[in-house]
Design a protein around this ligand. Structure first.
Ligand code: ADP
Ligand code: NA
Length: 330
């Protein structure tokens, strides 16, 4: 049987962090051989936040994310890597899907509610973000979308849009499903364990996140100052949010079982957990950082991969879009 198609992406803005790695990137790498993979750098999504407008920064960030994909283990022989804006069908399909998407569906999106609260000039594009994301996924007749927990609602609306389109115009899109890890799909901020770690917060607040490119000193500082409590509770189901967050990171970065981890830390103190998590994090990030430093210097190599990716993605996207337009009478 043909391999199932996987599609996912990351926005080229802010400080790419250990949550993006544990919740998304590591899952892509882990399943790479099993699926037919398409990984996108979603630059059009970045433009939905007006604060992000800086052409030089965006161009630099696109390269950074591409190099990080590779450094984390995405293999261009196994996976297609491309930049969203290089394939114009994403924007074109968004218009067509806008025409079948009720505004009420978008008004319910919690990410829009959160993000629009934080900004004083909310763009139309921020409101429409989920339709662009639906286009990204549906253009490639995707089976599975490996993402963090925060994207679950966006995959649900993608399914709703696809079903509505198929109902109105006949079977056109495959109905995708999310692929979300049982543990590690929602890493919290070290400074504020009630809120998820985020790329934008990480860029402006020290000790919120661990960036994949952070120095050892910064990693140590962030973890050693992470929010805890005055107990000594290391059980996953009883620990406070900040401690649980570190236990979940430990679990994901070590590959050890929860019962082993609980037994290992029982009777110790949070300082011990923090010190071991610092070591483990550095151990995991060191090889990624080395690879990154090597790859980021090879600008033409990166351009070459993104150009090949663009060609491959364009073929699939063009085929789907032609079908969509034909079915709509265009
Ligand atoms: P962010 O939300 O940090 O700005 P993106 O929106 O570009 O980053 O998301 C990239 C991927 O990383 C998505 O699959 C998203 O669900 C995942 N992700 C983002 N934040 C976290 C987190 N704190 N924990 C786990 N996964 C996350
Ligand atoms: Na996000």
């Amino acid at each position: 049987a043909a391999k199932k198609r996987v599609f996912s992406g990351i926005q080229p803005t802010g400080k790419i962090h250990i949550g993006n790695y544990v919740g998304a990137l590591s899952l892509w790498v882990e399943n790479q051989k099993k699926y037919d993979n398409i990984f996108c750098i979603v630059d059009l999504h970045s433009l939905t936040i007006p604060e992000n407008i800086d052409p030089k920064y965006l161009r630099k960030k696109v390269k950074e994310i591409a190099a990080l994909y590779l450094a984390c283990g995405i293999d261009p022989q196994e996976s297609t890597i491309f930049v969203q804006s290089h394939v114009p069908q994403h924007a074109e399909l968004t218009w067509l899907l806008n025409c079948v998407t009720p505004m009420g569906w978008l008004q319910r999106m919690t990410q829009f509610k959160d993000k629009s609260k934080k900004s004083d000039s909310v763009s139309t594009a921020l409101f429409d973000y989920p339709v662009l994301m639906a286009s990204d996924i549906l253009l490639y007749q995707t089976d599975l979308v490996p993402v963090g927990e925060d994207q679950k609602q966006h995959i649900e609306i993608t399914r709703d849009i696809a079903q509505r389109f198929n109902h109105l115009y006949g079977d056109t899109f495959k109905i995708p499903k999310e692929l979300i890890k049982k543990s590690g799909a929602r890493i919290m901020g070290f400074d504020d364990p009630e809120n998820k770690m985020s790329k934008s917060t990480g860029e402006i607040k020290a000790r919120h996140s661990i960036g994949l490119l952070d120095s050892k000193a910064d990693i140590k500082n962030t973890i050693m100052k992470a929010t805890t409590d005055s107990n000594r509770e290391f059980r996953f189901d009883h620990a406070s949010a900040g401690v649980k967050n570190m236990l979940v990171l430990y679990e994901n970065l070590s590959g050890k079982s929860r019962s082993k981890i609980e037994a290992h830390f029982a009777g110790s103190n949070y300082g011990q957990l923090k010190r071991e998590l610092v070591e483990l994090t550095i151990e995991n990030l060191e090889p990624i950082q080395k690879e990154y430093q090597r790859i980021i210097k090879e600008d033409s190599y990166l351009d070459d991969i993104l150009e090949k990716g663009q060609k491959k993605a364009s073929q699939i996207a063009a085929k789907t879009l032609a079908e969509v337009k034909k079915n709509m009478g265009l």
